[in-house]
Design a protein around this ligand. Structure first.
Ligand code: NDP
Length: 344
């Protein structure tokens, strides 16, 4: 009897401790916010740009708060191996890189909350970030919400994504396809750039475009079509990405005559555009025609609202690299500190 009671007490204790540990982060945060209701820096997004901004602002003793967003760690967490981030001669797994950045940010005192921005108020006074769970007030905000690659939505795309043959970044993954045949889907500047880059490694690069003229700029079009390794398949859409274990080919449909052809290839690079994650901020921050944040002239990170900075892919449609995102994250952090000290 005594043993049974002891066991029950032990189990109740274990469940209680687990529950407390589970709640610890949000509990600590709510106590903290009561003591310190206006943050110095709130960083929205926990990808490469957001975490770099967090490392810089926490090192500057600004005690930043990072709102993790819907994809903690950002796009890099979907990348298998990152070979071009300086400092890793043997490459590093994308997930590991982001986990390390987070640890580095935490080491200097960055706090993280799992929340999602629904609306903001960047009018007069403190900046207000209205999220699903909480509303946060801050002197400065660094928006590093990234951009989401558009996907095709065809069979095999999700199944072979990240390491099994479907990629959204030739610069990141192209070198894994040395000597192999690959396909690039899209007809814009990104698709052409990806296709041209892949010719450095691959035997053949099929460029699959749904119309019979490219959307890419004329010089890009000229270079692409002049490259003997690139084989354009006009008026074509991908119907299915074929496996079974990893990509072995694609089935392509001609939109004019409806014929279907199977093409053998080891990789499929999807380059049909990105959607910047900017809409929740559009009431206050200027966007360009494609929805990317518009930055002040001569600045990489300053917006039309004083004290609100942007970093990473949400404001960059040209470079979109981990290292350039980290760079703008650092710039935003430095300027946020200056803004707080009233130096800008
Ligand atoms: P774009 O929107 O310019 O091009 C997307 C391409 O994908 C289009 O050809 C489009 O076809 C095609 N597409 C879209 N949806 C689908 C779908 N569901 N199925 C099949 N095909 C689809 O995006 P980019 O990323 O290429 O470029 C974005 C911006 O960045 C542009 O302004 C570009 O000029 C710029 N950029 C500049 C670079 C440079 O200057 N070096 C490099 C990269 C980008 P369709 O043509 O029929 O609409």
């Amino acid at each position: 009897m005594e043993t049974k009671t002891g066991k029950i007490k032990f189990m109740a204790c274990t469940v209680g401790i687990s529950f407390i540990l589970l709640l610890k982060k949000s509990f600590c945060y709510s106590i903290f916010t009561k003591m310190n209701e206006v943050e110095k820096v709130v960083i929205v997004g926990s990808g490469c740009a957001g975490l770099t901004a967090a490392i810089y602002t926490s090192r500057a003793a600004l005690l930043p708060l990072v709102i993790g967003g819907p994809q903690p760690g950002g796009q890099l967490t979907m990348t298998n191996e990152v070979e071009n981030f300086p400092g890793f001669p043997n490459g590093i797994n994308g997930f590991e890189l982001m986990a390390n950045m987070r640890l580095q940010a935490e080491h200097f005192g960055t706090r993280f909350v799992d929340d999602e921005v629904k609306d903001v108020d960047f009018g007069k006074g403190m900046k207000k970030i209205i999220c699903e769970r909480n509303t946060y007030l801050s002197q400065t905000v660094i928006v590093a919400t990234g951009a989401s690659p558009k996907l095709l939505g065809v069979k095999g795309e999700k199944e072979f994504f990240g390491g099994k043959g479907v990629s959204i970044c030739a610069t990141c993954d192209g070198a894994f396809y040395r000597g192999k045949d690959v396909a690039v889907v899209g007809g814009g500047d990104t698709a052409c750039e990806e296709a041209l880059f892949l010719t450095n490694f691959c035997a053949k690069v099929y460029l699959i475009h749904r119309r019979d003229t490219l959307r890419a700029s004329k010089p890009m079009e000229k270079r692409t079509l002049a490259n003997g390794k690139i084989i354009p398949l006009w008026d074509s859409i991908v119907d299915e990405i074929i496996g079974p274990e990893k990509v072995s080919g694609i089935r392509v449909e001609n939109v004019k005559n409806k014929s279907k052809t199977e093409i053998a290839c080891s990789g499929v690079f999807i380059a049909i555009g990105h959607t910047p994650n900017s809409q929740q901020f559009a009431k206050y921050l200027h966007l360009d025609d494609d929805g990317y944040f518009h930055r002040k002239e001569d600045s990489f990170v300053e917006t039309n609202v004083g004290g609100v900075f942007v970093a990473g892919d949400c404001a960059d449609k040209t470079y979109r690299q981990a290292i350039t995102s980290a760079g703008t994250g650092a710039m935003a952090a430095i300027l946020a500190e200056k803004y707080i000290c009233k130096k800008i």
